[in-house]
Design a protein around this ligand. Sequence first.
Ligand code: HXC
Length: 260
Amino acid sequence: MQHEYQDILVSDISSGVLTITLNRPEAYNALRTQLLSEVAEVLDQAAQNDDVRAVVITGNEKVFAAGADIKEMAALDAVGVLNDPRVLHWRRIAQFSKPLIAAVNGFALGGGCELVMHADIVIAGDNAQFGQPEINLGIIPGAGGTQRLLRTVGKSMAMQLVLSGEFISAAQARDFGLVSEVTIPERSLERATELAHKIATKPPIAVRQAKEVLLKAYETTLDSGLSLERKAFTLLAATEDRNEGIAAFMEKRKPNFTGK
Ligand code: HXC
């Protein structure tokens, strides 16, 4: 069953997986405040709910999201932008502690491309197009599109996207590490969901620790990243799931992870 919010659809939890569908087709899923607040709200709830092990986020067959809502943005002056509640919603999305997997078909532009970069794994249909066209509006990316993009695709491609506003294809996005797999458009959601289900069977504390430590690599030195990895590795030695995983391997049986 799909639960209807104003701007998104949220599925029931199925074997640990929740799916969020951006649902403003008339505005190419433009990320107005309402939409972002709903995504942040659902992720906050998912973070608290032990039954949710991974979240899939998707759009429709033609568009993931065409960016910030330009009509809404037009009404804001500098103080309005400074106090924009969307900044908080973006932060909540970035802080989601469980795996977030994006299935992207069609346009992922501006804030839409930035939302993609908030996902941990990205599966794209071969009709996907990624871009940061903010420069055409006299602005620059404002939800991580300079920082996350550069760290993801490297300097030359990040500069190319942000300065020229040109779009890149799914295949180029994969070559540059923005996307991990490209499928036919009809399969992207299925593949993302398949991965989410697989991750949902893994020990949840180890999954969360892995996400946290991997993301730290964006913003720390190798030395402190390795130190954090070692601490997380040590912490996991105190979990029941680690004992269960090792015992199951020794006994040649499937592990039964309990999240403890
Ligand atoms: C509001 C949008 C929109 C957007 C599309 N629409 N993108 N509305 N904000 N970002 C609306 C259009 O107004 C139109 O509605 C309908 O969606 C379909 O769009 P068309 O342009 O008619 O479709 P098409 O010709 O197929 O072109 C698709 C497109 C184009 C290439 C995606 O719509 C486009 O360039 N959109 C803007 C992309 C963009 O610049 N994104 C960056 C935004 S700034 P009506 O009612 O008019 O028919 C940003 C900053 C992030 O994201 C900062 C985060 C803090």
